[in-house]
Design a protein around this ligand. Structure first.
Ligand SMILES: Cc1cc2nc3c(=O)[nH]c(=O)nc-3n(C[C@H](O)[C@H](O)[C@H](O)COP(=O)(O)OP(=O)(O)OC[C@H]3O[C@@H](n4cnc5c(N)ncnc54)[C@H](O)[C@@H]3O)c2cc1C
Length: 165
């Protein structure tokens, strides 16, 4: 009797979610991560500029670094974050040290390399000016899209031996 009741209750219960129906990382990704991350000196959560720069620095010093990022890859499009970074000489000390400045120059725009032209439809005239941030301290600065900077940092970190998951 009790067994029959239990069978009926189970029959009424909603089906349990199968593993594939749950939101979880693909098994292949987990297995690859587990195999590659056997020995970790440093685990970094988040592959933004800070996390990737830390991964690059530490891996370059010989540390076993694993970085976990929730986005699919470093250069994935982010509608809310499609802006540019201005990399001035302070930031370039880091990119110089890792041989990245030339690539950033090639894929970015120099801060003193363009002019802003404003034109009015009622023929009041055209005004051309230098960018607001064009000062001596930023004359060698470079504008670079966030996605491009993250892509370059991720490539360099991986080349230095960091594991990016
Ligand atoms: C609207 C806006 C505009 C901005 N414009 C500029 C600008 O024009 N120029 C400029 O220099 N700076 C700008 N900034 C500031 C700049 O974006 C931040 O200072 C910089 O991104 C901080 O870098 P970060 O690596 O610390 O963090 P983030 O860039 O936020 O990176 C964090 C990373 O961690 C990941 N993450 C978060 N949680 C988890 C988790 N649980 N597991 C795994 N991964 C996770 C995220 O996906 C992300 O990739 C702007 C900021 C905002 C909000």
């Amino acid at each position: 009797m009790a067994a029959a009741l239990l069978t009926q209750v189970l029959a009424l219960a909603p089906p349990r979610a199968t593993p594939s129906a749950r939101a979880s990382p693909p098994r292949a990704t987990l297995e690859r991560g587990a195999a590659r991350a056997e020995h970790v000196d440093v685990l970094i959560a988040g592959g933004g500029p800070a996390g990737l720069a830390a991964a690059l620095s530490l891996a370059s010093c010989g540390r076993a670094v694993t970085l976990v990022e929730r986005r699919e890859h470093a250069a994935a499009f982010e509608a809310q974050r499609a802006y540019l970074y201005l990399l001035d000489r302070r930031g370039q000390r880091f990119t110089d040290a890792h041989g990245l400045t030339e690539q950033i120059q090639a894929r970015g725009v120099p801060n003193d390399g363009y002019l802003i032209t404003r034109a009015w439809p009622d023929a009041r005239g055209v005004v051309t000016s230098r960018p607001l941030l064009a000062q001596e301290s930023t004359s060698s600065a470079i504008w670079i899209p966030r996605a491009v900077l993250l892509e370059l940092l991720a490539q360099a970190a991986a080349a230095a031996g960091a594991t990016l998951l």
